[in-house]
Write a protein that binds this ligand. Sequence first.
Ligand code: ADP
Ligand code: MG
Length: 701
Amino acid sequence: MRSTQLNPFFASLKGIKGVGPKLSLAFGKLLRGDEALEARRIDLLLHMPHSLIDRSLQPGIAHAPDGMIVTIKARIDKHIAPPRNNRRVPYRILAHDETGDVTLVFFHAKGGYLERQIPVGEERYISGRLERYQGEAQIAHPDHVVSEDDFASMALLEPVYPLTAGISGRILHRTMLTALDDVPPLAEWQDGPWLSQNGWPSFQEALQRVHSPLESADIEPVSPYRQRLAYDECLASQLALSLVRKSVKKQAGIARKWSGQLSEVLTKALPFSLTNSQSKAIDDISKDLQQPERMLRLIQGDVGSGKTMVALFAAANVIESGSQAAMMAPTELLARQHLQSIKPLCDAVGIRAESLTGKDSAASRRDKLKALKDGDIDFLIGTHALFQDKVEFADLGLAIVDEQHRFGVHQRLTLSAKGKATDLLVMTATPIPRTLVLTYFGDMDVSLLSEKPAGRKPIATRTMSLDRLDELVHGLHRALQSGAKVYWVCPLVEESEVLDVTSAEDRFASLREAFGSRVALVHGRMTADEKSAAMHHFKDGEADILVATTVIEVGVDVPDATIIVIEHAERFGLAQLHQLRGRVGRGDKASSCILLFKGPLGEVSKARLAIMRETEDGFRIAEEDLRLRGEGDLLGTKQSGTPGFRLAQMEIHQQLMEAARDDARLIIENDPDLKSDRGQALRKLLYLFGRDEAIRLLKAG
Ligand code: ADP
Ligand code: MG
């Protein structure tokens, strides 16, 4: 049960004066990523400012440093509304002071509102980031435009936050101040000496200073206030992971025994020999399986490093010991593909492998479930359908989770709870930088697949402007003649699946004109059967160009595909580009990757694509991505930072995460059920940072 003391933190923002239904939706979108989710005071309080308005900085338009947030006092000269039906042209307002002219720029603006708020002929105090384009001073979406009277009543230092449509900086800050006043102080959950050693304030004081700063250093990520809050978030996350780990580990495991005959046969049946990394990982796993403790191991290997083989050997050993194994993939396409690629080997060595997905007919599902319960299936491969209560194993010894980042900690647990002493193997293809492994997986044991199978040729990566599409199509004609297979990936359009599909369908249609029936299409809105037919057509049929959305991002394996074209590459994240590129270069033929971009590119986009050209090392790419992400945040509207974290930024707070891990370990050792006074306070911390699922693992108290 959540302590009633926390209720004010979880009260809806709607209770605050001035926050009506419409604003409340916008807050939901801004703070929780979804209008449908109700924003609560805690969500707002953990929303960090990215910069400051310093109202004492009033240099005059001509003297304003480029790119700085300044305040100017200017007279409004003229409004220029955009032509009707053209939402791309912004609404502009011209103004001047005695030093020069400035243009205020508003995209998607409501003219009437602006005319009332910023009337021609009057003087206004305007705060915002001033930038110059060809010598012309502009402020896009000023943070404030206020009258002299209003200006007099404003604080000299005001934090500026990431915003979303429908919320102004002014409203956000006002709501923030009310929310701050509404929440009570809480008992300290951090260790006292640790706080004083770092010079960190209380949670309450930290929030206060970040949202009402006294000097500009207060809001910097390295200020004691921000560090304290980031540490709170790190500790909540590490504590939750430790609790999960403890609850898995404390259930006794089984010391499994097998002769090794099955894996010997398997080795002989393979058309290749295992890499050293693969053998080493299989060894690590075997040792774990032989321990009376439960295994919790992460296999981390770049795309194409051969994780599936490692999983198969682990499964074979567990199966030989007399138990069953299950592997969970993130999509149906992948589950079926795993089965397809593994099945011939399994058949050859006598492992009874099956798949279970949402696509099975009722009858086939019934049969499979029965066979599973009777122990007639050794190795089950499926999607999250494996979680369902109806799925019962005779004796599940090993749960394998592929492409882990798509599943939550809780889901992992559900699967391992299907057996009495199930060992857990997690595989991730995402080249998570070392610093982040800790963040997402906590204390798991890690095996690294650091090398690719022998004979792989490097992938030649090129960037090319979309203007040269004709040239590219021409080149593809030649490549197809010499037997190449091509993936053509279409971009994300504003995160919308529907638009995604349209862009893929358009490209499909235009490539059909050029290449006829040799083009196939696969996207996320197709049924599982349609997808699988398209894949088959590409893998074994007459199609040699596959137009796809990012459904092919993970795991799809067509070893003789050697060319991948990624359209609007500038819209993808680097990690995603790397995953996509990993679809080629899986055989022994030379492969290439063409990153089509739409120019002109900004500096950051250029740098990002250059990294893709330079290296195939997923770890390096991930690290560079992390570094560039901080710099990509230009208008301040995008939340940058570490995925899954609001306050901690790994590139800055890495050592905090490490300290938090040690701290969490100690806490759990001394007070495993969080019952002491500090333990009770820590429970509140877990709630505040949304780690409730970990609390359910604790005994009541
Ligand atoms: P990933 O780590 O990306 O999941 P896969 O397990 O899909 O990689 O393996 C990629 C491809 O490499 C598959 O076609 C697989 O059969 C092949 N492969 C795996 N191990 C080896 C090896 N030791 N030598 C040659 N090819 C291998
Ligand atoms: Mg894989």
